[in-house]
Design a protein around this ligand. Sequence first.
Ligand code: AMP
Ligand code: GLY
Length: 428
Amino acid sequence: MRVLIVGSGGREHAIAWKLKRDNPELELFCAPGNGGMSALAQCVPVSANDIPALKAFSGANKIDLAVVGPEEPLVRGIAEEFGGTPVFGPCSKGAMLEGSKSFAKRFMKTHGIPTAEYEAFSDYEEARAYVRRKGAPLVIKADGLAAGKGVTVCLTESEAETALAEALIARRFAEAGRIVVIEELLRGPEASVLAFTDGRSILSMVSAQDHKRANDGDQGPNTGGMGAFSPSPFYTGDIERQCKERIIYPTLEGLKREGVVYKGVIYFGLMLTPDGPKVIEYNCRFGDPETQAVLPRLENNLLDVMLACVNGSLDTVRLKWRREAAVCVAMVSGGYPGGYKKCVRIAGLNNIKENDHLRVFHAGTILKDGALLTDGGRVLGVTALAESVEQAARAAYGAVNEISFDGAGFRSDIGLFPNAGVFDLIEE
Ligand code: AMP
Ligand code: GLY
């Protein structure tokens, strides 16, 4: 079989690694891929957003399955535009769960799925009046895709008014901020749960938690993700049952009622509030870096599961998981999430013996004349598995300390800091 993976991050490397590990005979292509993926697959210099070029490549190279990592091509309709080639990833209507927050909120309200109370606005004055009526704290979100920067937690009314003005008047997020969603602030620990679906049944994966803030103790600016671990200690058996009954199954039923046949992964960003679990956000794809902590725990052949999603036979699949916990620590370029240098030589990877308990996933790397160089903000994700989250964290940090590049940064508390969410930051 010939499989094309669309994307170039740590998530896509983890998907490529798992597919190839389970199916050594697979012919893998990545568009555009990265320095790590090039050891497993043929990297094709086509951007993940260039749908016509991806389609032409798939047709010319007789691709049997395209697996789409990032949200943007999904929101733009890659699944329907690919024509005959099966795509693991939802159609554009399904991808609206991530592509439009006002769509997702309306969807949850219609189908009785617990989420923060909200109102959507395109007019600044109306939005401001709502803020004054409700009072702070509030969360203000750009409706569309905003590269992870569209959410502002506002502790005061004036912060909220500034955030509204930036989106609705200054057009900071361009079209993506033409509409804003204003939400109540939810409190409690966060957990990420990914689920496979073929549009008829849905199978949730083991839980995870990511660390979005740049610095230890969940301080500093937001990033694409400084690390993740699985499972979340907060996602107990009882919480899992509640999430399935109130959120995960109703989401699939809602999609069915709206005539959407969703084939791929739904990411549930959850807040475990005192009133029960609520959805903070949906994503229409695997999470990054959650995937780098979750997929190494999956025992099933990932290709079989993906084909079952695409073929509508997911009801025949039972997911099996390794009992060990996993921790993924991101190593980032100096300065990230602000400006950073590229093309810095990476040393020490040869010292690391990768095995079933230790794996280095590449994100922003590139191979140039045989040398491995940095090529992005998040450079590597070092994943270790062990009996507990804490032991896995120690093992991951053991490997992180073997790797070096000029300016390299990482958080030293991934899996070691019991992040209880925004609430605790406010209480400080
Ligand atoms: P997002 O960019 O949608 O992933 O949101 C970024 C972060 O903002 C989330 O991970 C939460 O920590 C926080 N957040 C979003 N919505 C809410 C909410 N309604 N209440 C509290 N925190 C929120
Ligand atoms: N880890 C959050 C995301 O993938 O959007």
